[in-house]
Design a protein around this ligand. Structure first.
Ligand code: ATP
Ligand code: MG
Length: 440
């Protein structure tokens, strides 16, 4: 065993729930339910799906995220391609790649687009609960809209996603918003901020001193408890916003208020990436320790131009799927039952041709049938039927088959009785096996 190969630290397998695992990571049924729910909710808002490559030129992220960001400074998996020396990077986030694709295909020529994608991201961080080196994001972008209506729509769409996943907004997840204003306002704030931090330079840690001139705004993002006082007393960006920025923020707030969505204005909320302006938001939870941000996003009107495209307003968010599913799991929220409708036990191999044909007819009628493969005693087959979570066992016994019938045995509902059903007329009884629709 000593020389068996293992997954890379911080990169996880996502497995069916029937596979026991020590790390208690959410199983694949939870992932599929999340994906189905996302597809349904986003479709109702007119968002379209796209996929972009996992590997991109390193320059995309250096230009797109900014050199003095955690991601570009120390979290990227980058290498020189052995064949031609190209400098490549595993994507640490999805927005830069999507914007690259839009510019490359002149995709906004016919008007704005609402887009979403989902997939793995890579960051070389210290692995811990809710923080991995390969993790997955749902990423949503509204491109070509100046907002703030579309900012509000995005945030309300996330609220709807919470609702359909069973998360209670205000209790399990809370919304925080802020405005980062425009570049000129940020420059004025930045000058005041540098002056403030210079006055308190003794209280700054090494990271902060290094960022004092390169990226002082990011100092506000510090997780160092020793620096909380100097950060608390720093000048607030919101006090430097001009009337247009304030109007955008006020309009967003009015729409959220009218929709009955509670939020906290967190004037210290900044985002890790440099490209954000105006609206920023995070959905946070108290249940996951310091990995409390489940979803974060905002407006990035400057990114298209920064990546060589035509100036284009844009807003979007990334949602950490592992964190979200861990939260759902820890709260013990009900998740849909993924077990089959029926489990087929076959007494003797001679019955398999008829049994398989019947199962095919049932699946054609929309019934989820799991076949017991590999034979064995009826007792052991019934044990497996029970363990499968199926609501019915289909009993293909010698007697039943001889009469052209299959036994339908209820496994979960004591009010139902066992009955034989005709093999030749599956359509007449298939519906009695199907799981009732959730709100029927
Ligand atoms: P954090 O402050 O927790 O490092 P971030 O600001 O770096 O988060 P974003 O770049 O905004 O995160 O990514 C959006 C979301 O992706 C986060 O809110 C989080 O839910 C998730 N996420 C980010 N990094 C990781 C990671 N290493 N492992 C798991 N999920 C992550
Ligand atoms: Mg991070």
């Amino acid at each position: 065993m000593s020389d068996t190969l293992k997954a890379i630290k911080g990169m996880n397998d996502i497995l069916p729930g029937s596979v026991p695992r020590k790390d208690k990571l959410p199983d694949s049924a939870l992932w599929q339910w999340f994906e189905t729910t996302v597809r349904s909710v986003l479709g109702r808002y007119g968002y379209q799906y796209l996929l972009t490559p996992i590997v991109e030129p390193t320059a995309l992220f250096v230009r797109g995220l900014g050199e003095v960001t955690d991601i570009v400074e120390k979290e990227m998996y980058s290498w020189h391609d052995a064949m031609n020396g190209d400098h490549l990077t595993l994507r640490p986030e999805a927005t830069a790649g999507i914007v690259r694709a839009m510019v490359e295909h002149n995709a906004l020529y016919n008007g704005p687009l609402r887009l979403w994608t989902m997939g793995p991201m890579f960051r070389h961080e210290r692995p811990q609960k809710g923080r991995y080196r390969q993790f997955h994001q749902l990423d949503v972008e509204a491109l070509g809209f100046a907002g703030p209506d579309v900012d509000a729509e995005l945030i309300l769409m996330v609220r709807r996603l919470w609702k359909e996943l069973g998360l209670v907004e205000g209790q399990h997840v809370r919304l925080e918003i802020n405005s980062l204003g425009q570049p000129a306002e940020r420059a004025a704030h930045r000058a005041a901020l540098v002056a403030h931090f210079q006055d308190h330079v003794a209280e700054l840690d090494e990271d902060a001193r290094r960022r004092l001139h390169s990226n002082p705004l990011r100092i506000l993002d510090t997780k160092n408890p020793a620096m909380q006082a100097v950060v608390e007393s720093a000048p607030r960006l919101i006090d430097f916003l001009g009337p247009e920025s304030m109007a955008h923020f006020d309009a967003l707030r009015a729409m959220l208020d009218a929709a009955g969505l509670a939020y906290r204005v967190n004037t210290r909320l900044v985002r890790g990436m440099d490209y954000y302006n105006l609206t920023v938001f995070e959905w946070v939870t108290d249940q996951l320790g310091s990995q409390g941000t489940v979803c974060g996003g905002g407006r990035y009107d400057g990114l298209f131009a920064q990546l060589g495209g035509r100036p284009t307003p844009a807003v979007g968010f990334g949602l950490g799927i592992e964190r979200l599913l861990l939260l759902i799991q820890e709260l013990g929220l009900p998740v849909p039952d993924a077990s089959p409708d029926a489990y087929a036990v076959v007494a003797d191999a001679s019955g398999l041709p008829q049994a398989l044909a019947t199962m095919e007819a049932l699946r054609g009628a929309g019934v989820a049938v799991q076949m017991h493969a590999g034979g064995g005693s009826m007792k052991s087959q019934f044990k497996k039927a029970d363990a499968s979570g199926a609501r019915f066992a289909l009993v293909f016994g010698g007697d039943e088959l001889a009469r052209g019938m299959v036994g339908v045995k209820p496994l979960r509902d004591a009010t139902l009785t066992q009955a034989d059903q005709p093999l030749g007329d599956v359509a007449a009884w298939a519906a009695t096996l199907r799981r009732p629709a959730p709100d029927a």
